[in-house]
Structures are given as structure tokens and as C-alpha cells.
Write a protein that binds this ligand. Structure first.
Ligand code: MEV
Length: 314
């Protein structure tokens, strides 16, 4: 845990759970995403050279090494930090970031880290209020592109805005107001997995079977629109059924695993309206849509299976 001291500037950001639409969102489909918890906190202060501390890991950039002068072969964190500083026109800063959610499990830790850091760096670069969201999101995206390759921006948007959002690559974020607060359960079912590799895997399959993958993306697009309608009329059973359809399509995209399928089945058996993997897949987390009655049963089933899990309301 990092604690504040005088002269420092701070930023924080939410974690995220994609309710429906991951992977398809990379190809232009909409996604519905929820901001959950505070996932990352960052603090920065002026320094003779830029330096970034992430938990136990620390990388240094020679003075002024961002501004397009970073050596080839520098560690990913150094390249990402340099890209973020450059995007905000920031001076050399010493930054420290801590995460409150597990990383690499589809809960948006990387984007939360980027948004928290970008918020703190933007304050240090005296960005001002006007245009802050666009600046911070562009800088976070510059960071995300180093780690995720073709990131859609959905994770960073949720990390910045929180709440419940409709997201498209072309249109960005639109706030959504569910008819009733949504109660979700999240369980980490598999090992950490690289979002970049999962996104590249889908792209590779699309190169070999464009029609099959594009048909799946089209089905997910239709389903996400139906999910929006269900959410705004407060029809949780319909929304849950659409999440189950989405899980089947994600499995056809090749991003599910036996562990994720098992955690989804446990949630459904324990009375969830619906459940699916969330995020990049290949491991990581599942999300279940819950009622007051099913919440404790679903969490208990996951806990009996030894899974880290929690509930959240949006
Ligand atoms: C990752 O949380 C969501 C993906 O759709 C990738 C992205 O949209 O950047 C798998």
C-alpha cells in the first residue's frame, strides 16, 4: 500500500468487468462494461530522471529518454511509461503504482494501472480540466498498445468512467442506466493469461476462417444490442440468457477453457441468471449475473471449489 506525502500528485482508476461483447469489440461490435472497485492507485513526483515502480519491479528511463529517444529492446514497462509520458508531454517523473485487483485475469488491471498513472501524470503536466478525459484515455491507450497490441480501448474507458457503459471503438463510451442496480459475482477460475495473445489468437483464426469468425462477431453484435434492451427494461433472466449465449460464442472463438466452463456451470447450477468468461479469456475470470437470493449460493459454490471470488453492484 502506498500512502500520500506532500508535493505528490495522485491518480486512481477502476477495475472492469465486461458483461457482454469482449473480443468482438476489437472488430467494431459494442460491449457493455461495468467499472468495479478501485483497481489501481498511482502517485508521481518530479525527478531528475523518469522512473516507474510497479509493486516490486522498478524501471528507469535515462533523463529525457521518453520524447522518442528510448533505446530499442527496452523493457515493456519502460516503453509503455515512455509512451504515456510522451502522450501527455510530461517532464521526467518518478511514479509508483499499486494494484488492488489481481493482474492478467480479465479484470482490467493493466488499463486501471494506465489510467491511474495517466491521471497523476496529467496533473503533473498541468493538463487542466478541459479535454482531460480524452488526453488521459489517449495516454492510457498508448500504454495499453505496448502490452495489448490491438486494444479496443474498452478497458481504459471503464477504468476511467466506472459505472455501466456502452462502448464501441468508433463511438467511445456512452453511460447506460440499468433499470435496477446490477449485482454481479466475479470468480478467478484460471491462471493469468495474456490478453495480447488471446486477441492475436482470434486475429489468427480470422485470417484462416474469416467468414466463420465474422459470423460469430455479427452474432455477438446482435446479442449485445439485445442485452442493452434487457438491461434497460430490468429483465435479468433475459440478460442472463444472453450472457450464456455470449459464453458459447466466446468458446467458438477459441478463448474459453475447461476451468472457465466449470466456473460458469457452477454459477448457473447455483442459480445465477447467467454467467460467462470476462475479458480476454484463456484463463482468468468469469462473471455471473446474480439476484439477492443467488448471490450467497453462487459465491459459496465458487469458494468450495477454492476460487477467489467477490460480488459487486453497479
Ligand atoms: C479485454 O478486456 C477485452 C478484449 O476485447 C480486448 C480489447 O477489447 O482490447 C479481449
Amino acid at each position: 500500500m502506498i500512502s500520500p506525502s506532500a508535493g505528490e500528485l495522485w491518480g486512481e482508476a477502476r477495475g472492469k468487468v465486461i458483461l457482454v461483447g469482449e473480443h468482438a469489440v476489437v472488430y467494431g461490435a459494442p460491449a457493455i462494461v461495468l467499472g468495479v472497485g478501485t483497481a489501481a492507485r498511482a502517485r508521481v513526483r518530479p525527478a531528475p530522471e523518469a522512473r516507474l515502480r510497479l509493486g516490486e519491479r522498478e524501471v528507469a528511463l535515462a533523463a529525457g529518454a521518453h520524447r522518442g529517444k528510448l533505446p530499442l529492446g527496452a523493457p515493456e514497462e519502460a516503453r509503455a511509461y515512455a509512451a504515456l509520458l510522451d502522450a501527455l508531454g510530461a517532464p521526467d517523473l518518478h511514479a509508483e503504482v499499486t494494484l488492488a485487483l489481481p493482474a492478467g485475469v480479465g479484470l482490467g488491471a493493466s488499463a486501471a494501472l494506465a489510467v491511474a498513472l495517466a491521471r497523476a501524470v496529467d496533473a503533473a503536466a498541468r493538463g487542466g480540466d478541459e479535454g482531460r478525459a480524452a488526453r488521459v484515455l489517449a495516454a492510457a491507450q498508448a500504454w495499453e498498445n505496448v502490452f495489448h497490441g490491438n486494444a479496443s480501448g474498452v478497458d481504459a474507458a471503464a477504468a476511467y468512467h466506472g459505472g455501466c457503459s456502452w462502448f464501441t471503438r468508433a463511438g467511445g463510451v456512452e453511460p447506460l442506466v440499468p433499470a435496477r442496480p446490477l449485482r454481479v459475482g466475479v470468480a478467478v477460475a484460471g491462471p493469468a493469461a495474456s490478453t495480447r495473445r488471446m486477441v492475436e489468437g482470434v486475429a489468427e483464426r480470422r485470417r484462416h476462417e474469416p467468414e466463420r469468425i465474422d459470423t460469430i462477431v455479427a452474432s455477438i453484435t446482435t446479442l449485445v444490442h439485445a442485452a442493452r434492451a434487457a438491461l434497460t427494461r430490468g429483465d435479468e433472466p433475459a440478460l442472463g440468457a444472453l450472457m450464456v449465449d455470449n459464453q458459447r460464442l466466446l468458446s467458438e472463438l477459441g478463448v474459453s477453457t475447461p476451468e472457465l466452463e466449470r466456473a460458469v456451470a457452477m454459477a448457473l447450477d447455483a442459480g445465477a441468471f447467467g454467467a460467462k468468461l470476462t475479458g480476454g479469456g484463456g484463463g482468468g475470470a468469469v462473471v455471473a449475473l446474480l439476484s439477492d437470493e443467488s448471490e450467497q449460493r453462487v459465491l459459496a459454490a465458487w469458494r468450495r471449489a477454492g476460487l477467489f471470488c467477490f460480488a459487486a453492484m453497479t
